[in-house]
Structure formats: C-alpha cells, structure tokens
Ligand binder design. Sequence first.
Ligand code: GTP
Ligand code: MG
Length: 375
Amino acid sequence: MAAPKGTDEYQKRRRARLLSKRWRRYLRRVRPFGDDEPMPMSHRDLWKKIQRETKGKTPAEELAILERYLSDWPEFKGPYQEMRKKFERRIVELRKIEQVRASSPTHHDPFSVRKRGLAEVAIVGLPNTGKSSLFRSLTGVEAEVADYPYTTLIPNVGMLNLGGFGFEIVDLPPVPDGPLETVPYAAGLKEAVLNANLLCLVVDLKSDAESQIEVIRERLAEIGASPTLTPGTEEGGAGDSGGSHVNRKGTIVFGTKRDQAAEDDLEALRRLLPRAAVFEHPLAESAARPVAEALCRFLGRIVVLARDPDAPDEPLAYAVSAGATVLDLAEQIHKELASKARKGRVWGASAKFPGQEVGLDHRLEEGDTVEILTH
Ligand SMILES: Nc1nc2c(ncn2[C@@H]2O[C@H](COP(=O)(O)OP(=O)(O)OP(=O)(O)O)[C@@H](O)[C@H]2O)c(=O)[nH]1
Ligand SMILES: [Mg+2]
C-alpha cells in the first residue's frame, strides 16, 4: 500500500525506489550480462579484451580462448550477438586450420612454403622403370602406375615418415632417353631436380643398369646437377651448391623389379656403384629405416630410437646431428622433456652393455635406442 504523500514513510520509499533504479542502471552498465554470470564490461571493452588476449596466439590457442568465451556468452541482444557471430565464424575458420595441420604428417604449417620434413628427395629415372611404384611403397600415397612409359607427367608428392621425422618424396615424370627438350615438361623437371635436396636414382634391374645410369647422368648434367653417391666426400654433400656451377645432390639408388630380375642383378648394380647406398624394390618390410639412415648421412645426421619408458613398445625414430648427446635428443623430442631429463639408458653401439645408464652428455651413435629418464 502506498504511503500518503508528504509523510516520512513516503519520502523513505521514494528514495529507495530512486536508489534502486540508479543502482539497477549502474549494475546494467558494469554487469551487462546480469547477476548470474557477471562480465563487468561493455561490448566494446569486451571486444578489445578478447582482441588483446588472442593477439599473436597460435590458431590452437586462439581457438581455446574463443571457445572459452563463447561457452558462457549470454543471450543478451544487440552488439553482443553480432560479436558472437563474428567469433563463431572465426572459430569455424580456426577449426579448419587445425584440421589441416593435424592431418599434415609432419605437423608443419601447410600454409607455409617451406619444404616439409628434413629434406626433399626427388625420384629420378628413365620411363617405365618403377619410379611411381617405389613412390607408393615409400609414402603410401596413391600414384598412377602403369606398364607403359610416360605414365607420370605431373609430379606426385608424399612423405616418407619415420615417426619422429620424415622426408618429402617427389615422384617425377621420367628423364627421357634423348635430350631433355624432347619432353614437354623439360623446364618443370629441371626446376624440380634443382629444387630437391637429395635424389633417389631408379634403375630397372630388368634392363642394362650401366647404360641407364649413364643416360640419367647425362640428363642430370644437362639440368646442371650432379649426383653424389658418397656422403661427406669432396664430391660434395647434400648442399645445394658444391661451390662450382654444378649442383651436387646426395643420391641413393634403387634397383627395381628385383622380383622379376635375374638372381645376380642387384649385386651387379652394387658392384657398378660400390660407394653408393643401393636398395631394392619391392621394398623389404623394414626398409624405411635404412633408407632414411642413408638419406640422413648426406645431411650429417644419424637415426636413433627414443623409447618412452612408459610405452616401451612404440619407440620413435629421430634424426639427430652426428655427435648429438642424450640431451640433444631430449631437446629435439620436446623442450620440456629436456628441462626435466636427469639421465639416459642406452642400448646399441654407444653403450658398453645393453641398457647402460649414461649422463645427459653421452654421445649417441647410429641405431642406438635411448630412454630418457626424468627421475
Ligand atoms: N614386378 C614388379 N613390377 C614393378 C616393380 N616396380 C614397378 N613395376 C611395374 O612396372 C611398371 C611401371 O611402373 P611405374 O611405377 O608406373 O613406373 P614409372 O617409372 O613411374 O613410369 P613413368 O611414370 O612412365 O616413367 C608397372 O607395370 C609396375 O607394376 C617391381 O618392383 N616389381
Ligand atoms: Mg611414374
């Protein structure tokens, strides 16, 4: 019941009403989202705050921040809802970026133009010698394979993945029997070969190996590249330039169609190229590691296995610099692991006995298996 005008009671109630009105207005301003989930700021300030928090963040971090804000975004109308829509669109965009990143085998940024993996390896050989078949075996990526020459006219690209590292493999159209300009893709082939860090030379074991190698060398010379079969020799390493005008490329060799070739053909190829790392196709089941090791040698790296003591069945291969220590390996796996690492346990060439406990400065050797202990 209203108090009669002029009475003290009337004045008291009026003051209370006014006060609560101002108070409510004040509260609305400082708590635009109401009392349940106070977010004490205007939409402009909120926008600025979110911009500040997301600035310079990785897509994953930005996604987490926006999702956190949107999870308790109120049903407030007006500019807040426009802002919500903007953030929702941004979230869709960020999720796409994350999806592409996660599906990229080496977790490199797919939008950057950098080569993926440790190095790019181009498969080079004459027509119909089994380059695309080899590419498929190494990468698991589908590529057209057929029993006639010039099946591949556009390069196929995939990754040879070793777990902790990988190489980008490029399956090229064939180098022709005759001069380079006899093929319409000569310019592209030249660029692809020069752009690769390493080469993988394919020799069909069913045909004469010596003449194939000679023709490939001639074509590479036309391109301005020279295969180097032995790492670390004065012939040059994997570097893009050996100091002269020829572009030296560390090169491994594959003898293909081994299953259809004569018994001795692979050995004959090895005798022909005694200083080269020569592999065979079809691939042996455990071929990926030795192939990666041979490629790594041109890069001054060795392959070691890191074994998580809590998941000993799934060691991961890593390519560390030759002469790397247990600590170097830990750093390569994860900065945090390196900061917590106390010592290592090693099996393999650098260990005095299997499972030897070693300090963090212990130097690793090719093929070692290492556990990094944090306590
Ligand atoms: N038996 C056997 N056949 C192979 C092997 N590698 C390739 N082939 C066959 O050889 C033929 C040519 O293989 P591709 O992988 O298309 O050869 P390519 O060098 O990529 O051919 P181009 O792209 O035309 O230069 C196909 O019929 C393959 O099935 C192998 O290791 N063993
Ligand atoms: Mg092919």
